[in-house]
Design a protein around this ligand. Structure first.
Ligand code: SF4
Length: 298
């Protein structure tokens, strides 16, 4: 793993693409991801982003934005005004192209310092997206922020299996992540489970029952088709993920599988679909849409 300390000149990125409907800004404390060689890294939507990766192999590098907190504080007022001029809440998706609680965070604490900066200059909406149970290291800060803004934690749990045939293990087990949902919700933090990208399920009823019992506010279901930024999932088809999914359940590589799973999930808790789900729009039944956690989200 190649670790490089960098000094960034900007840290709040104005949202484009699918994020436009989710938040006004994204914030990425790192470039690259230390989980890139785990199961989620295989189908990671950032893997083929050459603008970010600059020819480097996904999972083999992390650039650490060591001054992210200072740059946040220096630029937050201008970005807040930019969002206000557009009639938007100042809402931050943290993070869209890296994991804020990847292993290197224990050494550099860039994410922690940005959370401290946010306690000084708090956004209107804050979405914390992670695969990692290490987010619990910052529980106290997250609770403090949740008292000052509309905050929700998005925990990625692709399904009820830790991995798929031929793929490496995940950053942490499904059981561990469900325990984490419970830990956050019992502390009063709005927590959403994100199945992104959706894996074939062993027993959807048992899984969604567990998610509902963990106290999650909703589940977001995102298939690699449409979810990876291409209409047909062609970006993900360049990886081993579709083959691994097919080995378990060949129906699960079709977009119709997302709808089938969503229908079952709605018996247990509110469901969001792909980007509108990340934006906090959920429904229990197809004809009753509600907004949860605010107007914006990943
Ligand atoms: S944790 Fe997120 S950013 Fe990192 S490899 Fe997995 S999916 Fe990609």
């Amino acid at each position: 793993m190649e670790i490089t300390e960098t000094h960034c000149t900007s840290i709040l990125t104005r949202a484009t693409g699918y994020l436009k409907n989710v938040s006004s800004h994204s914030l990425n404390p790192y470039i690259g991801c230390g989980y890139g060689n785990s199961s989620c890294g295989e189908g990671c939507y950032v893997r083929f982003n050459q603008w970010l990766n600059r020819g480097r192999e996904w999972g083999r590098f992390v650039d650490v934005k060591v001054n992210a907190d200072e740059v946040y504080l220096n630029t937050v007022q201008a970005e807040r005004r930019w969002a206000a001029r557009r009639g938007m809440a100042f809402s931050i998706f943290f993070s869209s192209s890296t994991d804020p609680w990847q292993p290197i965070e224990q050494k550099f604490r860039v994410t922690r310092k940005v959370l401290d900066a946010m306690l000084e200059e708090t956004p209107d909406v804050l979405i914390l997206q992670t695969h990692s149970s290490r987010i619990a290291d910052d529980m106290d800060r997250i609770i403090s922020l949740s008292l000052k803004c509309n905050l929700r934690v998005h925990l990625s749990i692709e399904g009820d299996r830790d991995s798929l045939p031929g793929l490496p293990p995940p950053p942490c087990s499904v059981d561990e992540r469900i325990r984490l949902v419970n830990e956050f919700t019992s502390r009063g933090i709005t927590t959403v489970v994100c199945m992104s990208p959706l894996y074939p399920l062993i027993d959807p009823d048992v899984f969604f029952q567990r998610i509902a019992e963990s106290g999650a506010s909703a589940v977001v279901i995102d298939h690699f088709i449409e979810g990876d930024g291409t209409r047909d999932g062609s970006r993900t088809r360049r990886t081993r993920l579709p083959q691994a999914i097919t080995t378990v359940d060949e129906q699960a590589v079709e977009l119709s599988y997302r709808e089938k799973v969503a229908e079952i999930a709605r018996d247990y808790l509110p469901v969001g679909i792909s980007s509108s789900g990340f934006a906090g729009v959920y429904s229990l039944q197809v004809d009753s849409v509600s907004e949860g956690g605010g107007r914006y989200e990943p």
